[in-house]
Design a protein around this ligand. Structure first.
Ligand SMILES: C[S@@+](CC[C@H](N)C(=O)[O-])C[C@H]1O[C@@H](n2cnc3c(N)ncnc32)[C@H](O)[C@@H]1O
Length: 259
């Protein structure tokens, strides 16, 4: 089991500022799953349970797993009908074969060192005919958020890029291959726009600082250095009304397990 991750340390700002901006993405994931009320959903890397809440509102029976115990604590409070576990998607999932009607990864699979193995585990726990939806950032040129995120990542020590970069899977062909190699019938990719608009600089800085890589950067270079780097990175996105606007797109890919 991994150590407590950096994700979750900034949970309040993540929940209050960043998650609401991604609502179009979360709804698109649930639409792509096309589950019926009463059916079961596994949210792999569920974070603070934002999609679990929306899924429960649609009548789905939700189970979430995340490496961050801080996130899972908040998920349990927000989604009392859900079942939650702290766990590592790099390891065998603590669920029996064919436990769920569907499974999803919302911006989580790219952080798992061996994404292919994690996806195969999700396939194992989904019932025959069940759908798996994987959502990641669209390619960097479609995401202005890549600028501040890239600036944050530049503060971190070089590591296996594939396990660290938020954009590691941000290529349509990469996602398609992952789904096909996991034995799924590939159903396609939908593009979803989710602009990030912050009412002022402070709010933008709080949002970007709440993400896991920023929390890691604070340990390495300190909060002041991170703040200075972020201020520079977001400055091109200042609008005439004082807000900051970063256009972003996500990819929502789906595949189906053979019936
Ligand atoms: C960008 S957040 C996304 C959270 C949520 N799914 C959402 O869309 O708002 C990435 C999440 O992946 C989780 N994560 C990263 N690597 C993981 C691993 N190996 N096992 C479990 N969770 C992991 C983090 O703890 C974090 O909650």
């Amino acid at each position: 089991m991994m150590n407590e991750p950096f994700w979750g340390r900034g949970v309040r700002d993540w929940v209050d500022i960043q998650e609401p901006l991604q609502r179009p993405l979360y709804e698109a994931i649930l639409d792509a799953l096309a589950l019926q009320p009463g059916q079961s959903l596994f949210d792999a890397g569920c974070g603070s349970g934002v999609v679990c809440v929306l899924a429960a509102n649609r009548g789905f029976d939700v189970t979430g797993l995340d490496a961050s115990s801080a996130f899972i604590e908040v998920a349990r409070q927000r989604c009392p009908s859900g079942r939650f576990a702290v766990g590592d998607l790099s390891e065998r999932l603590p669920f029996a074969d064919e436990s769920f009607d569907g499974a999803m990864f919302s911006n989580s699979l790219q952080f798992v060192p061996n994404a292919a193995d994690a996806l195969r585990e999700a396939v194992r726990v989904v019932k025959p005919g069940g759908r798996i939806v994987v959502a990641v950032f669209d390619s960097p040129e479609k995401c202005e958020g890549q600028k501040p995120i890239g600036a944050i990542m530049s503060l971190l020590p070089a590591g296996p890029a594939a396990s660290r970069s938020p954009f590691a899977l941000s290529h349509g062909a990469t996602i398609e291959k992952l789904l096909r190699d996991a034995g799924l019938e590939y159903e396609g990719i939908k593009r979803v726009e989710a602009p990030w608009r912050y009412r002022d600089l402070q709010t933008a800085l709080r949002a970007f600082t709440s993400a896991g890589p920023s929390q890691e950067a604070i340990e390495i270079v300190g909060a002041e250095k991170l703040r200075a780097v972020l201020e520079t990175a977001v400055s091109p996105f200042l609008q005439s009304d004082g807000t900051y606007l970063l256009e972003n797109a996500f990819m929502v890919a789906s595949g189906r397990k053979a019936p």
